[in-house]
Ligand binder design. Structure first.
Ligand SMILES: *[C@@H]1O[C@H](CO)[C@@H](O)[C@H](O)[C@H]1NC(C)=O
Ligand SMILES: *[C@@H]1O[C@H](CO)[C@@H](O)[C@H](O)[C@H]1NC(C)=O
Ligand SMILES: *[C@@H]1O[C@H](CO)[C@@H](O)[C@H](O)[C@H]1NC(C)=O
Length: 245
């Protein structure tokens, strides 16, 4: 008489196991509105009249929705979102002959007003794969990468980017990061004026940085293992019941 119950338990276990959905990036989310919180505090003078910087604080409790991203920016489903931060800082240009050329950037990364969870900067000398853009977390871990893809989403703002890891830590939050997306950019474009060699300019910008891991890592393994364990425990229980009849 326990057998139907056990079978039900086992089928429930199987039915609840959907790794592809849990770790997919683009397919598994409900297409829906991007839900951004508008937490700009007028008293701090942010948001309006600061050179066009937009809404800085995303609603991090909402689903990480990539449905509005350009298709070149969406990563394969096998990638796992590690974390995402908002950033405010500068894109730093130097005058190369008479044209502004990007030299570096500096930004603070956060999820709440007043926080700094990580810093963005460029290595002075490229790593052995030519990577310079770097993100360093408060936990000491860092990742450096090289731009793979640029997509201009708004002509008044620096492009959205896909940055591929070229070097970095082995541990810590950025140790597991293989791809960094720069999305939702506001500002940061070089002046349109010509320049004199050696001149420099820093242009304010904001964006979000989304950090992805290609390695599904322990969370998947734990899930697979624990599902397998529960499944085999169920099967053993079933066999015990069958043989004790
Ligand atoms: C750039 O940002 C800084 C710091 O937030 C601010 O003081 C400055 O006024 C901004 N510059 C422009 C041109 O918006
Ligand atoms: C997000 O969730 C945390 C913890 O549940 C809560 O304290 C915070 O107020 C939430 N933020 C928003 C914007 O809903
Ligand atoms: C500077 O300009 C030269 C010639 O126009 C170009 O070859 C070089 O790549 C530029 N350097 C940078 C850093 O953009």
């Amino acid at each position: 008489m326990f057998i139907p119950l056990l079978i039900q338990l086992i089928s429930a276990e199987l039915a609840s196991f959907h790794p592809a959905q849990e770790y997919g990036l683009s397919n598994s989310y409900d297409s829906g509105n991007l839900q951004f919180a508008h937490y700009i505090q007028a008293s701090e003078g942010e948001g309006n009249g600061d050179g066009g910087l937009g809404d800085l604080y995303e609603d991090y409790n909402s689903t990480a929705d990539t449905s509005s991203f350009p298709k070149e920016i969406i990563q394969p489903d096998s990638y796992r979102l590690v974390t995402r931060y908002s950033a405010v800082g500068t894109q730093n240009y130097v005058c190369n002959n008479t044209q502004w050329a990007l030299d570096s950037a500096n930004a603070d990364l956060f999820t709440q007003p007043g926080q700094i969870l990580a810093k963005h900067f460029f290595l002075d000398t490229p790593d052995s794969f030519g990577g310079r853009p770097t993100w360093k977390s408060n936990d000491g871990s860092q990742v450096t990468g090289q731009v793979l893809t640029k997509v201009v989403v708004d002509e008044k703002s620096v492009p959205w980017l896909v940055v591929q890891r070229t070097s970095g830590s082995n541990t810590g939050i950025f140790g597991q990061v293989n791809v960094v997306l720069r999305v939702k950019t506001v500002g940061g474009i070089a002046p349109s004026s010509s320049c004199v060699a050696g001149q420099t300019v820093k242009v304010n910008y904001s964006s979000d940085y989304w950090f992805y891991s290609a390695n599904k890592g322990t969370s998947d393994m734990v899930k697979l293992t624990s599902s397998a364990t529960r499944l085999s425990a169920g099967l053993i229980a079933l066999i015990v019941v069958l043989f004790s009849q």
